[in-house]
Design a protein around this ligand. Structure first.
Ligand code: CP
Ligand code: NVA
Length: 310
């Protein structure tokens, strides 16, 4: 039985059951189909989402804003630099004030604990639009894209090559929860965090899937149904870029790496991509790449999340 999700926060996929995540994904597929057929919804009529950004964004900002409009509500872009929060007003005060005006908050920031504090003090749903630790809305769009393409999730193998970052963490949590096997290949010193692996292992024990953590990208890619990569230097790590370029050389998603995977493997990347670094132009532009469907699905899956929570 799926509980009513109204009023819940969306800080990490780990807080949701497999059934709850499935329900969101199926609703997202339905909303996508209906939108394409010209059917409009007013599920969030009269509702307002505040969107706090401490970091840059193209997809998250536009897809949340458009998603609110498409559901009959409206969205406010709130640059952290222009809010009093940027001048030191406590998160807990901001949370309580915004709760008096808004119906939901989406936040993109650095420190994950800031989002947790916001959620603790806000009495409206808080949605994580990316922190240094996690990127749960991205993982939901990724699952939706895989489900659309493969017709199932359980039993597939996803290989993530590169930095053990926010995207890798949310994929680990999402795949282990939904029954996909996941292999993560990262160089020494850039592995996924142990606290995330521990949570993913809890889910994997329930769903009966495998988690492989390795430094060997070819081992991870072998037989994979989905090959996934992300930037080697995330937002906030710009000064480490040169160092990281060297550390990650062997982890590029290129034609040779693609040959290791299943013949019908698909290629995903959360974007923005750095061609010639974590992925080659040839692979991202190639026939197995679904990166623009994946970006589109941010819109549909976030509409489903907002419609269920707000
Ligand atoms: N993938 C993603 O979150 O993109 P933006 O940084 O453009 O929002
Ligand atoms: N790992 C990347 C994802 C961007 C969507 C970052 O945090 O910059």
């Amino acid at each position: 039985m799926v509980r009513n999700l109204r009023g819940r926060d969306f800080l990490t996929v780990h807080d949701f059951s497999k059934e709850e995540l499935s329900e969101i994904l199926l609703f997202a597929l339905q909303l996508k189909q209906e939108k394409k057929a010209g059917l409009e919804h007013q599920l969030l009529r009269g509702k307002t989402l505040g969107m706090i950004f401490q970091k840059a964004s193209t997809r998250t900002r536009v897809s949340f804003e458009v998603g609110m409009y498409q559901l009959g509500g409206c969205a406010l872009f709130l640059s952290a630099a222009d809010l009093q929060i940027g001048r030191g007003e406590p998160v807990k005060d901001t949370a309580r004030v915004l709760s008096r005006y808004l119906d939901g908050i989406m936040i993109r920031t650095f420190d994950h604990s800031e989002v947790e504090e916001l959620a603790t003090f806000a009495d409206i749903p808080v949605i994580n639009g990316l922190t240094d630790l996690l990127h749960p809305c991205q993982a939901m769009a990724d699952l939706m894209t895989i489900l659309e393409q493969k017709g199932k999730l359980a039993g597939l193998k996803l290989a993530y090559l590169g930095d053990g970052n926010n995207v890798a963490h949310s994929l680990l949590l999402a795949c282990s929860k939904m029954g996909l096997n996941i292999a993560v290949a990262s160089p020494k010193g850039y592995e996924v965090k142990a606290e995330i692996v521990a949570k993913a292992k809890e889910s994997a024990a329930v769903s009966g899937t495998g988690i492989t953590l390795t430094t060997d990208p070819r081992e991870a890619a072998a037989g994979a149904d989905i090959l996934y990569t992300d930037v080697w230097a995330s937002m906030g790590q710009e000064t480490e870029h040169q160092l990281r370029l060297k550390a990650f050389q062997q982890y590029q998603l290129n034609k040779e790496m693609l040959k290791m995977a299943a013949d019908d493997a698909i290629v995903l990347h959360c974007l923005p991509a750095h061609r010639g670094e974590e992925i080659t132009d040839e692979v991202i532009e190639g026939p197995q790449s679904l990166v623009f469907d994946q970006a589109e699905n941010r819109l549909h899956v976030q509409k489903a999340i907002m419609a269920k929570l707000i």
